[in-house]
Design a protein around this ligand. Sequence first.
Ligand code: URA
Length: 224
Amino acid sequence: MEKVDYLRAMEIDCWEKRSSSTNSSTNTESNLTRNLVEESSLSNNWQELADTIANCTKCELHKSRRNTVFGIGDPNADLLIIGEAPGATEDAQGEPFVGRAGKLLDNMLLSIGLQRSNIFIANILKCRPPQNRDPSPKEVATCTPYLTKQIEHIKPKLIVTVGRIAAHFLLNTNLSMAKLRGHSYEYGENKTPLLVTYHPAYLLRSPGEKAKAYQDLQLIKSYL
Ligand code: URA
């Protein structure tokens, strides 16, 4: 048994770094579903990738979407922020984080001297789940090769996940946000530093946690 098996046997939570390659996971569900969009078949050209996503019909979400949400900002940015999925406003406008949570995200970024135009913001899912429900594991598996391709193209110097869904996908873990935030991780073969913070929509519901988010922002700033 490996160390991780002993930890799991003792019911001690642990996380494993997710590689950016599509064949790294040993999780059965992931193996069954994650290659529904073959990452290797996706174009390395940014505009072609955007066009592919705009026309995607790989899962049921395309039936209810108004727009896909590719992401926004500088495709050569040092900082990549990854959220969960478009909400109603994002679906209507085709842009990530433009609703109430987006305003808070903008203010969080401003507090450390960043603007949308200097960074790139993307989501785990490119289409809105109806009623803003959590993305299903199958939807995440189907859609995330697009994000993986975006990360390959952007080659960010720092990735920041906002919220549980993005952290869980990129770190291949189910640990709580309370356990994940405040630490640094590495993503993929390039060992890109990755930090975790709360989702701004959660902070709107739980303003008492904003102080912790502010600490996370200071950590983010120290990496830039
Ligand atoms: N929440 C997200 O995670 N992403 C968005 O684009 C909007 C809200």
